[in-house]
Design a binder for this molecule. Structure first.
Ligand code: NAP
Length: 257
């Protein structure tokens, strides 16, 4: 079965590898940047790297859109006349952006964080799916069952909510790590000392409700400590606002849960 990958970034790279390992062949890899398209095409053994949407063949079995969310609509328009199934991979983009695709369409949103250089195990990644119709679902399932056993069907609004949960849990948490890293660097304290704590925090929510395992000065109502921390953040007003808001949220949660 032939696949066209539209995009060559973090997700296109990982999804490309797992689809290739599952025995599918890539007809084309499209990217705006020739070097990116060629590199992924070489790595996946694809027949051709292209940089022009007009060059995309019409008779592949699957077209996977893995570009920046704001560019999905433009790519979808270029794929309207293809005979294969068109899938986008975005957490928050509505399935309707693909409506009018003649070969059927759907969403394949892998719920994980992907960076090109960090390996992932797809068998542990939930795939959040949505389909234009039953016939399309049958075709797409032939592909996705070979990628992960964790397949879930949700509508576009539910998927957007899931994505928002992912932004809170992953992107925002990682940004807080970034702040901690920079702050400790400025104070000449080793960020590596936090790694066991970070690992334990992530491990605890695997088995507990997060609200049940909340700790820290705001949770204990240690107001003097909160005040001292805010003073330390005087030179970083943005981080101070974040610290105050998050502490307030934790304080409020003491009365809710
Ligand atoms: N990374 C994740 O953790 C993750 C997880 C789940 C779902 N997703 C979804 O996967 C999709 C791709 O995300 P990503 O993280 O892989 O992004 P990324 O690494 O930043 O790659 C973005 C890709 O989009 C292309 N692109 C950017 N602007 C474009 C435009 N105007 N027209 C055509 N192509 C354009 C880039 O092409 P160039 O190479 O030419 O710059 C690149 O191939 C998004 O819909 C995202 O929501 C990502």
């Amino acid at each position: 079965m032939g696949v066209v990958m539209v995009g060559s970034g973090n997700l296109a790279t990982h999804l490309g590898y797992v689809i290739s390992r599952a025995g599918f062949l890539f007809d084309q890899i499209y990217s705006r940047t020739e070097e990116h398209a060629q590199m992924l095409a070489d790595n996946l053994g694809a027949k051709k790297a292209i940089t022009d949407l007009d060059e995309i063949i019409r008779d592949a079995d699957f077209y996977i859109i893995a570009v920046k969310d704001d560019a999905i609509a433009e790519v979808a328009t270029a794929l309207k006349k293809v005979s294969g199934v068109v899938l986008h991979t975005s957490g928050s983009t509505d399935i309707s952006v693909l409506s009018g695709s003649q070969g059927g369409y759907g969403v394949l949103y892998p719920l994980q964080t992907f960076s090109k250089e960090v390996p992932v195990d797809f068998t542990k990644i939930p795939l959040i799916m949505e389909f234009s119709e039953a016939n399309t679902k049958t075709k797409v399932m032939n592909l996705v069952v070979k990628i992960s056993p964790l397949i879930y069907e949700y509508n576009s609004l539910q998927r957007r909510c899931l994505h928002l949960g992912a932004v809170l849990s992953c992107n925002f948490t990682n940004y807080l790590y970034t702040i901690a890293h920079q702050f400790l660097g400025e104070k000449e304290v080793d960020f590596n000392l936090l790694r066991p704590l970070i690992a334990e925090t992530a491990q605890k929510v695997q088995e507990h409700n997060p609200a049940d395992v909340q700790t820290g000065p705001a949770m204990r109502a240690d107001e003097n400590i909160v005040k001292e921390h805010l003073e330390l953040l005087e030179v970083h007003p943005d981080w101070k606002v974040l610290y105050r808001l998050l502490s307030q949220g934790i304080t409020n949660s003491r009365h809710v849960f």
